[in-house]
Design a protein around this ligand. Structure first.
Ligand code: DX5
Ligand code: ZN
Length: 218
């Protein structure tokens, strides 16, 4: 099973994102994880559709847009127009996750659903046919550079079983606190899509990405 690694640019140099993207492309990256924070759903602010749109004109990387916002319903179309490929919304951010995923699909975009660390995975059972990515948050969303929460390993194993039982092609993603050791652990638990921010952007981007890739393919 090939493992995908999606670098999160949250910890990158925001003053030179074009260069960051070029470095990631040279490393062989396929996915770019874009963390959208609104200062309400999470206590931090990042960027919105205009920034994603201008990055879109610079690269063909697959854009995985992670919406950590209240009222995500209002932002689906703007991010579709900005060039998102995957749109990942939080279970906790909406009363109507099923409808929201249908809306993303109606634009022929890939869907993702993120679960905060204390959220049970049971309801996923009723959403499987609408999902392309399940994103297990292994930190509380809002900031890069936090430590991996070990209890999430159990959740990853449970969700792996659910996906296998459903027999569907759904990525099992993990977001937060990924380094060489936690990467090994989450892959062993069944994850196949790893979001990594500070590990990749602390030091030599190409070297860090390659190291992570090697660990994941062992
Ligand atoms: C956290 C974000 C993550 C974050 C990951 O709220 O969703 O994507 O950037 O950063 P690290 O890898 O540093 O935990
Ligand atoms: Zn994220």
């Amino acid at each position: 099973m090939p493992i995908e690694i999606a670098p999160s640019i949250l910890n990158a140099d925001f003053s030179n994102l074009e260069l960051v993207i070029k470095q990631l492309e040279q490393s062989g990256v396929k996915y770019l994880h874009l963390d959208i924070m609104d200062g309400h759903f999470v206590p931090n602010l990042t960027f919105g559709p205009p920034v994603v749109k201008s990055l879109r004109s610079k690269t063909k990387l697959i854009f995985d847009v992670h919406l950590m916002v209240e009222k995500p319903e209002l932002l689906i179309e703007p991010f579709v127009d900005a060039g998102a490929d995957f749109i990942t919304v939080h279970w906790e951010s909406t009363k109507h996750p099923h409808r929201l995923l249908q809306k993303i699909r109606s634009f022929e975009k890939k869907t993702g659903l993120a679960l905060n660390p204390a959220t049970l995975p049971d309801n996923l059972e009723y959403l499987m046919e609408l999902l392309d990515l399940i994103l297990i948050m292994s930190v509380n969303p809002g900031f890069g550079g936090q430590s991996f929460i070990p209890s999430q390993i159990n959740k990853i194993k449970k969700v792996r079983e659910m996906i296998d039982r459903a027999n569907r092609k759904i990525f099992l993603g993990v977001d937060g606190g990924i380094n060489l050791q936690t990467a090994r652990n989450v892959v062993a638990a069944g994850a196949d899509f790893l979001v990594a921010g500070s590990f990749i952007f602390n030091g030599d981007i190409v070297k860090n990405y390659q190291e992570l890739l090697v660990i994941c393919s062992k």
